[in-house]
Design a protein around this ligand. Structure first.
Ligand code: FRU
Length: 478
């Protein structure tokens, strides 16, 4: 008898690196969120899932639902590859919509490496899925796009028509999003690239040779195009463009990095929640060797739901969803303290939410140590460097484990004169999500080995600084 999802979760619950309030698969491998959809207040979250191991491969669609975007209930596997079918090599990423009352998934079927859009419908309210007999619904990619660079979907409605974007790359040129139109989700006409960009254009952000997992939505009076950049010579990251959508073409005004954890936050999807907020979740990838992931028996988590809004300066504001406040437990608070060196806090833990506001005054660097052992043998240091205007996550001493990676991560954060530094940090065992001044996001992983690597301290150097306030909450597991 295979284990139930609940049994699989219970068997892994003691793992000190396994998150307690970030969504994970019951066990084994998870990557991208898929079919993230608000079905009248029941949020559907599917995900790339290997039910047979904690490494990528044999990709199915796992499934969970939630009514608050924070606590999730496991459902049976939604899609599995069909031997001999157009998805025999995997059911890769895709989107969900409701067409004439019928929940419908559009996903990338893979056979012999070739990627083709496939469709499935549910007649029992999102639980089980029947594949369309005439899959794939698009026979070939347009000219200039390789069969193995044609995947991932986002769908929306305009008038009587459905539109979708497929992630792609034009061979030798660069990443692209291909725009298609349909009446019934089964017959699609290719229109043109919604937007594409040469890989040789590097400023202000490079966008690589192929774009995975596009997301596209209106926000305020603008549209946002999100892409997961894939490049042969780089590991990838997620970027967004804010611009105008007119005559079925997208013209970006600006390009930005969505999360400075690079590919620790990847392939996000978004929906509109019950209060009309644009909410995004992405895949939080591991940052340790594959052998360690396989031994752990699980790999990958979903980010917390993030609320996106348009700022006056044309960037996105990125903030944790307010429902996360329901998980807050014991509270510690400190206000108005001068810090000249290191100020240990009397609270500790590996499952915490922290809000820290700094008035930097004349200090060169201010920040915070977390997951610190009493002797400092293991610790992770987050600092803002006034001279460079960088937020730096120093993970070089984060763990003694040789199988965990220990590089530094950095995000540019230019504070205006007199502006305070506002750090909002979620620690969930090995998962760390950092939000700075409501628009910089940095996702990271930490794998301390010592049980006492749970200490917290405020740090300032090169001059005195004042902490306006520190709030720390224990976060309840879900
Ligand atoms: C992104 C991605 C997608 C693909 C899926 C396969 O992480 O590579 O492009 O559909 O994962 O699991």
């Amino acid at each position: 008898m295979p284990m139930t999802a609940a049994e699989a979760r219970a068997a892994l619950a003691h793992d000190p690196h396994r998150p307690r309030y970030h969504f994970t698969a019951p066990h084994n491998w998870l990557n991208d969120p898929n079919g993230f959809y608000n079905a009248d207040g029941v949020y559907q979250l599917f995900y790339q899932y290997n039910p047979n191991g904690a490494q990528w491969g044999d990709i199915h669609w796992g499934h969970a639902t939630s009514t608050d975007l924070v606590t999730w209930t496991d459902l049976p596997i939604a899609l599995a590859p069909t031997p001999g079918g157009p998805d025999e090599g995997g059911c890769w990423s895709g989107a969900a919509v409701v067409h004439e009352g019928v929940p419908t998934l559009l996903y990338t079927g893979v056979r012999n490496g070739d990627q083709r859009p496939c469709l499935a419908v549910s007649h029992d309210n999102w639980v089980t899925w029947e594949k369309y007999a005439d899959n794939p619904v698009i026979a070939t990619p347009p000219e200039g796009v390789g069969s193995q660079d044609f995947r991932d979907h986002v769908i929306w409605r305009e008038g009587d028509d459905w539109y979708q974007l497929i992630g792609a790359g034009f061979a030798g040129i660069g990443g692209a999003t291909l725009l298609y139109r349909s009446r019934d989700l089964r017959t699609w006409d290719y229109l043109h690239p919604l937007y594409h960009r040469p890989h040789t254009e590097l400023e202000p952000v490079p966008t690589g040779t192929m774009w995975e997992c596009p997301d596209f939505f209106p926000l305020g009076d603008k549209h946002v195009l999100v892409i997961s950049v894939w490049s042969e010579d780089d590991t990838g990251y997620t970027a967004y463009m804010v611009g105008d959508y007119r005559d079925h073409r997208f013209t970006p005004d600006s390009f930005h990095v969505l999360d400075y954890g690079r590919n620790r936050f990847f392939a996000p999807q978004s929906l509109k929640d019950e209060s009309g907020r644009r909410v995004m979740m992405g895949w939080v990838r591991e940052d340790r060797r594959p052998a360690a992931q396989i031994r752990a028996g699980w790999s990958g988590a979903m980010s917390l739901p993030r609320v996106l809004a348009l700022r006056p300066d044309g960037r996105l504001s990125l903030t944790p969803h307010p429902h996360l406040q329901h998980l807050r437990g014991d509270h510690f608070r400190l206000t108005d303290v001068d810090v000249t060196d290191t100020l240990p806090l009397s609270v500790a833990g590996d499952t915490l939410e922290l809000l820290v506001e700094w008035d930097i005054s004349d200090a060169a660097q201010v920040g915070l140590k977390f997951r610190a052992s009493p002797d400092g043998e293991e610790e992770t240091l987050l600092t803002y460097d006034r001279a460079t205007g960088d937020l730096v996550l120093d993970r070089t001493r984060t763990t003694l484990d040789p199988e965990a990676h220990r590089y530094e991560q950095r995000a540019p954060l230019h504070l205006a004169e007199g502006e305070t530094l506002k750090l909002h940090i979620f620690l969930d065992r090995s998962v760390v999500e950092i939000f700075a001044n409501d628009y910089i996001a940095l996702t990271a992983r930490v794998y301390p080995t010592r049980a006492d690597s749970v200490g917290l301290a405020l740090v300032a150097s090169g001059g005195a600084a004042r902490v306006v306030s520190v709030d720390v909450w224990e976060v309840a597991g879900v």
